[in-house]
Design a protein around this ligand. Structure first.
Ligand SMILES: [Zn+2]
Length: 251
């Protein structure tokens, strides 16, 4: 039963991941997520069911359009796979619980935000407004701690990024403020602090590697939303363990 459910959750994740690519790429520029249907960007051939099997279509066609042979971006299968893995991870970590449901919705938000922020350097309000009520309701239905942990997490997340925006005048935007306020509310105060530390660590390490490889210029802004998203997912999955492990080390 467990294996069957695991496969099911992963397949659902892969399919949703495929849709999240479309949402992340179209919503920021005001396009519909259902129309027009996906086409090859080069030859304009409409993609059929055979071309839209998440991850596998890309692997079987070796990343090329079946009609004109132009190379497709590896970003699509990458985010499809990431969504499948995140959904499965949440299920394996939390089982059939409210916590898993929150984790899966949080992962969905994080994948879409990452796609949009990497492509356009912005986090669309429409996406935040869609996910905020779902996450807030789920959080307050399935509370594991007193409500103020989550309230404080939201205040910390939004407040801290707002402070950074005001102090640095660049780097981060209001999209990051709203995103991390929402993530903080879902995580609660302890894991929210951890998520921020993780985001800074990932952002710094990857930024340094990209500058070292001369992929980006030193002064070029790197979107921070994806790191907040990744930090939040990890803090959601293992925050409690990491924090209690850390506290037992120092105390
Ligand atoms: Zn083509």
């Amino acid at each position: 039963m467990m294996i069957f459910l695991s496969i099911y959750v992963t397949v659902v994740g892969l399919l949703f991941g495929s849709f999240f690519n479309v949402v992340g790429l179209r919503v920021p520029v005001g396009e519909s997520v259902v129309h027009p249907p996906s086409r090859c960007g080069n030859c304009q051939t409409r993609l059929g069911a055979k071309d839209m099997v998440p991850v596998f279509s890309y692997l079987f066609s070796r990343g090329k359009c079946r009609h004109c042979g132009v190379k497709f971006s590896a970003v699509y299968p990458l985010f499809e796979a990431a969504t499948g893995i995140l959904f499965l991870w949440m299920f394996l970590r939390f089982g059939l619980t409210g916590a898993a449901a929150i984790g899966i919705v949080l992962s969905s938000l994080c994948v879409i935000v990452t796609v949009a922020d990497l492509k356009y350097m912005l986090i669309p309000n429409k996406v935040l407004l869609f996910f905020a009520p779902i996450l807030i309701v789920l959080r307050f239905v399935f509370m594991e701690q007193a409500w103020w942990h989550y309230g404080l997490g939201g205040l910390f997340g939004g407040g801290l990024i707002l402070l950074i925006v005001l102090l640095t005048k660049g780097g981060m935007g209001m999209g990051d403020v709203k995103l991390f306020a929402l993530c903080g509310l879902v995580l609660g105060i302890g894991p929210a602090v951890l998520a921020f530390i993780l985001a800074c660590a990932f952002g710094t390490i990857v930024g340094m590697i990209l500058i070292g490889l001369k992929v980006v210029q030193r002064k070029q802004p790197i979107p921070f939303g994806p790191w907040l998203a990744l930090g939040s997912c990890i803090a959601y999955l293992y925050g409690t363990q990491i924090i209690s492990g850390y506290l037992s080390l120092i105390g």
